[in-house]
Design a protein around this ligand. Structure first.
Ligand code: PEP
Length: 254
């Protein structure tokens, strides 16, 4: 039985004053949803505030990205996995479609970031997903396989794989209000798990595969009811306390 995870990706949103109320609400969510792992991924500069607000409660936090290099050095503007750990992060999002599309992150770069996250003791949330034109061309599985295989090829310890989280996020559903149907999402999740099983059967069975793409309080329950959907990576709705709680409650009752 996989424990559901609901992770909020705040993207480049928030202010020191503005996130206070949201963090209080998220803290309270955890009390109502003991069967769900909850995490928030704020912009780096708010990590200290998030750590102070969430320390001692069941909600975890993470980065939205990390540098592919480990250790310290001349990498201006970058944040290492070790730095994220220093601020108490448990998770880090890797290969979000916005990073792939806007910052040119290749599959190979995402794989390096996976290794850097592991080396720092972080749990990577690896995002994969196809563009609308790729779905329409019938190449969804080929795209997911390419993105996934890049990571599977570099993992040398299968326990790292079992600890990792995959987020299937169809690019056409991110921030668009257009959600994949539960059946469309389940189809892809059911492609991902056997693909991971080719590398390690037990790791695949334990692996949490999240769905992301316009998840809201009103559609979370039907998505989380699918056999291979183990929670959600939530963008816009994670900034709204009530919506986020509704999503966490849907995961709790799934
Ligand atoms: C995301 O940013 O990962 C995401 C899924 O965004 P949204 O929920 O806003 O579509």
């Amino acid at each position: 039985m996989r424990r559901p995870l609901v992770a909020g990706n705040w993207k480049m949103n928030g202010s020191r004053a503005g996130i206070k109320g949201l963090l209080e609400a998220v803290r309270a969510d955890a009390v109502q949803t003991p069967g769900v792992d909850i995490a928030v991924c704020p912009p780096f500069v708010y990590l200290a505030d998030v750590e102070a607000a969430l320390k001692g409660c069941a909600v975890a936090w993470g980065g939205q990205n990390l540098c592919q290099e480990t250790g310290a050095g001349a990498f201006t503007g970058e944040i290492s996995g070790e730095m994220l750990r220093d601020f108490g992060c448990r998770y880090v999002i890797i290969g979000h479609s916005e990073r792939r599309a806007l910052y040119g992150e290749s599959d190979a770069m995402v794989a390096r970031k996976f290794l850097a996250a592991n080396a720092a003791g972080l749990i990577p949330i690896v995002c994969v997903g196809e563009l609308l034109e790729e779905r329409e061309a019938g190449t969804t599985e080929a795209v997911i396989a390419r993105q996934l295989d890049a990571v599977l090829e570099v993992v040398d310890a299968t326990d790292a794989l079992a600890r990792a989280v995959i987020a299937y996020e169809p690019v056409w559903a991110i921030g668009t209000g257009r959600t994949a149907t539960p059946a469309q999402a389940q189809d892809v999740h059911d492609f991902i798990r056997p693909r991971v099983a080719r590398r390690d059967k037990d790791a695949a069975a334990a692996l949490r595969i999240l769905y992301g793409g316009s998840v809201k309080g009103s559609n979370a329950a039907e998505l989380f009811a699918m056999a291979d959907i183990d929670g959600g990576l939530i963008g816009g709705a994670s900034l709204k306390a009530e919506e986020f709680l509704e999503i966490c409650l849907a995961a709790q009752s799934a």
